[in-house]
Design a protein around this ligand. Structure first.
Ligand code: SF4
Length: 218
């Protein structure tokens, strides 16, 4: 697949994903080289990705050669994206859970899984919800007793707050719920919608039925 996306000015953009938003030194070096060599610009996206802008077709090819050597992950449509993850207990005094580790687990398990349209995932280390977890298709918010899980949220022109699905959830059980939500969305999503999201699936089957089908560990 080709990650290049055409811009309004006819040039191309490439968007890089990083598990838990952690960017290693080799990528900074590579991106710096691309910026200098190809006169590109960098945009830090609202979803913690790095977008390389203003690439000609040849520049994009050369940039990808550099990035591919490092094993870069690219954003592709209709795949599970890099979750939005706050720094959590590893770096934030308010953090109640190791969100960076959880985010990396999610990315390792589900990144680039093919889906009908879009699933946004948020992982926040405390109720401040810096990762906007209640506005994600599935969001996790750490409490002292474990994660709270919210489903069916979204931003956009008609934003929705996610519904509370489960409380006091361990990281392992959160992974299981996430797996079930992704698969249920793929199986039951309303393909009559041009942009089917998780909340459409919840509306289609009802919240209670949805909950019964995604919480399998109880
Ligand atoms: S959500 Fe909580 S733990 Fe995470 S960065 Fe914000 S304040 Fe810190």
């Amino acid at each position: 697949m080709n990650p290049e996306v055409i811009q309004t000015n006819g040039l191309y953009a490439i968007t890089l994903e990083f598990a838990s938003g952690l960017v290693g030194a080799p990528f900074f070096d590579a991106i710096n080289r691309i910026v200098k060599q190809e006169s590109a610009r960098i945009h830090l996206t609202t979803s913690q990705k790095i977008m390389i802008l203003d690439l000609s077709k040849d520049s994009a090819r050369r940039a990808r050669e550099i990035l591919d050597e490092l094993g870069a992950d690219y954003k592709f449509p209709k795949q599970v994206y890099q979750p939005r993850v706050c720094v959590g207990s590893a770096y934030c005094k308010l953090g109640l859970a190791d969100t960076l580790r959880f985010g990396e687990r999610i990315y390792e398990s589900f990144a680039h899984f093919d889906i009908p349209f879009k699933i946004k995932i948020g992982v926040s280390g405390c109720p401040a919800s810096c990762a906007h977890s209640t506005f994600a298709d599935i969001g996790f918010i750490a409490r002292k007793s474990g994660y709270r899980v919210y489903v069916g949220g979204k931003t956009g022109t008609n934003p929705r707050t996610g519904q509370l699905l489960a409380k006091s959830v361990t990281e392992d059980n959160a992974m299981e719920i996430l797996n079930n939500v992704i698969h249920l969305y793929c199986k039951e999503c309303d393909l009559g919608q041009t942009r089917p999201r998780v909340f459409h699936t919840i509306e289609k089957m009802g919240f209670d039925e949805f909950k019964t089908r995604v919480i399998s560990y109880e």
